[in-house]
Design a protein. Structure first.
Length: 597
């Protein structure tokens, strides 16, 4: 216990925790956690190789069940083979060295769209190619069928409302619209239109700054009218509208696509644990992406592959220990592939301790506008959102406050990221949980999970999400921190639990102190508005304090799951002591400000 008290004193002097932060950096935390693994992985992590993997992946339109997705899986397979991983159809009884992998196959839930070619050309008043699939693959909307159509062009302002067509005859014409094609095509086709050209670009892509940008949109699968839609840029749309103002414009659209029923594949690689191989730390990246899809998510898939190589190299060379728990690496079809893997796992999901998701980890902040972010797992800051909490710009996620569960994972991972960012001058930030990637399926099952990503990114889901926007440095910094967190948890050392306890305990106290200051301000303001408002504010502030105290009480208790062996009595006593300190802190705040219920 004397050792723990000494560690606590050191950390109390060095850790400064606030639940959110300025955009330029995360709150300061201890450098204790993860720094041995970080340095070893940093030595092995090859940013140039990860970058070349991104280059390979961006050659393809990676749709699960399609040839491009399979080509990328084959690339990962070849690299795992080169590392000495053994392919297996199931979990072998004895661990293999350095690891094993398998490809799971599941039947598709729907037709798999396979884009092949497209050409958009102007026929009148002049003949000119506007877009070709080879240079602009995003021109072809998802689920477009094969067609060869030449027709006059009709502009429909908007196009997603019945009233937009009141004064227009679009029969036998190609419709140029401003709305998302999925919201237009049925309205246009039932009036006799032969196809769509959509200039829709979401605001987050900043079409006012990038008039040549083309957004990734699509149609729902519909084999009755064999629909198609072509995406065009705001600049091209403006040019066509100008032409149409004084003459007829004739367009030819040629599309070629097919639909298959190929298996949905998930690649699972593992470095087996030496002591508790049934227990798993999972790292996951979705491999599916539009073409080019460099940041989203060729960068995540490539970084995950380099993490595997770096950890395997560290173990082989004796710089990293063989993990006590199994490290599991997943390349999936976003959401669907993660869910399919979970079905294959069955009851083994009960032994998954934590998950780390990689999505858009390679964007160069100087080019995309988005710095590296840690998306925390759901905590009360999400439900009771107030300054200084942050959203990323992606959008607010919804989480039932009754389903919040506390975990050490937020503070453990943030401590590693902050230490590395301080050492490397790496700009990082964080946000409350918003959802939208492969951390969500784990969280829904009550498994701690966290997302690493970059946002906002003006090129997100657009033709401008190209490899030129990718930073080797960003991938490396993200990769070494993610890998270090996984290695620490897979080691199962009690030392990791002890250090994590100190970080979480300090974070909890700092959070309650910040909430106390906010409560004082809110109560003072409410007092000026009358007794009824004051009472309502008291109830709200108490509710928020209780929620955070409960969340952190659970987070402190969860530290006992970190050791791979039975936690020592010393660690148990330390956890009990920190939980009691937290409860006492809450009582002191409640009593000091008249918040008793």
């Amino acid at each position: 216990m004397m050792f723990l008290n000494h560690v606590r004193q050191i950390l109390a002097a060095t850790i400064v925790f606030v639940i959110s932060c300025a955009p330029s950096e995360l709150p300061e935390r201890t450098q204790t956690l993860g720094f041995g693994p970080v340095r070893q992985i940093d030595r092995a992590f090859d940013g140039a190789f990860a970058y070349e993997s991104v280059r390979y992946f961006t050659q393809f339109w990676c749709i699960a069940g399609g040839p491009g997705f399979d080509s990328c899986l084959n690339y990962i397979e070849r690299n795992l083979d080169a590392l000495g991983f053994q392919q297996t159809g199931g979990s072998p009884e004895r661990p293999t060295h350095p690891g094993r992998y398998q490809i799971l196959e599941d039947p598709p839930e729907r037709k798999v769209w396979i884009p092949e070619d497209a050409l958009l050309s102007l026929q009148s008043p002049e003949i000119r190619i506007l877009y070709s699939f080879s240079s602009t693959p995003l021109m072809l909307a998802t689920n477009s069928f094969s067609n060869d159509v030449t027709a006059p062009l009709a502009y429909v302002s908007g196009g997603n409302r019945e009233s937009d067509y009141d004064l227009l005859d679009v029969k036998g014409r190609l419709v140029l619209c401003d709305a998302h094609p999925a919201r237009v095509y049925r309205l246009a086709l039932k009036r006799g239109a032969v196809g769509l050209l959509s200039a829709y670009v979401p605001p987050h892509n900043h079409p006012e700054k990038y008039p040549d940008i083309i957004a990734d949109n699509g149609l729902p699968y519909d084999d009755q009218p064999n629909p198609f839609a072509i995406h065009i840029s705001p600049r091209t749309a403006a040019e066509l509208k100008q032409m149409m103002s004084n003459q007829q414009v004739v367009i030819r659209v040629q599309t070629r696509a097919s639909f298959g029923e190929n298996a949905i594949k998930t690649l699972v690689a593992e470095i087996p644990g030496s002591e508790r191989p049934e227990q798993q730390i999972v790292l996951v990246a979705h491999l599916d992406h539009y073409k080019p899809g460099a940041n989203d998510n060729a960068s995540g898939a490539a970084t995950l592959l380099e993490i595997v190589r770096s950890i395997a190299a560290g173990i082989r060379e004796g710089r990293l220990p063989v993990p006590a728990r199994t490290l599991t690496f997943l390349w999936v079809d976003e959401y669907r592939g993660t869910g399919l893997w979970m079905k294959h796992q069955g009851d083994k999901m009960n032994h998954v301790l934590a998950a780390l998701a990689l999505d858009m980890v390679g964007g160069d902040p100087q080019k995309t506008g988005g710095m590296f972010r840690v998306e925390r797992m759901p905590d009360p800051g999400l439900v009771w959102f107030r300054p200084p909490e942050q959203h990323s710009g992606w959008g607010a996620g919804r989480w039932d406050k009754n389903k919040l569960f506390g975990s050490y994972l937020n503070d453990l991972y943030l401590s590693i990221v902050q230490g590395w960012s301080r050492e490397r001058g790496w700009k990082t930030t964080q946000n409350v949980w918003e959802g939208g990637s492969d951390h969500d399926p784990f969280l829904r099952r009550g498994i701690p999970a966290i997302l690493s990503w970059h946002f906002p990114d003006f090129a997100y889901h657009s033709s401008m999400d190209v490899i030129g926007n990718i930073s080797q440095t960003e991938m490396k910094n993200a990769g070494v921190c993610i890998a270090a967190a996984a290695v620490e948890l897979a080691s199962g050392k009690e030392e990791v639990a002890t250090n994590t306890l100190m970080v979480v305990a300090q974070a909890a106290l700092q959070k309650l102190e910040a909430l106390e200051n906010q409560a004082i301000s809110e109560l003072e303001e409410a007092q000026t508005r009358g007794a009824q408002e004051l009472e309502a504010t008291r109830k709200l502030e108490r509710e928020i304090l209780d929620a955070w105290a409960k969340w952190y009480d659970e987070a402190l208790a969860s530290v006992l799951a970190i050791p791979v062996t039975q936690p020592s009595e010393q660690l148990k006593s330390a956890v009990d002591r920190e939980r009691e300190i937290l409860r006492n802190k809450l009582r002191a705040i409640v009593d000091a400000h008249g918040l008793s219920m």
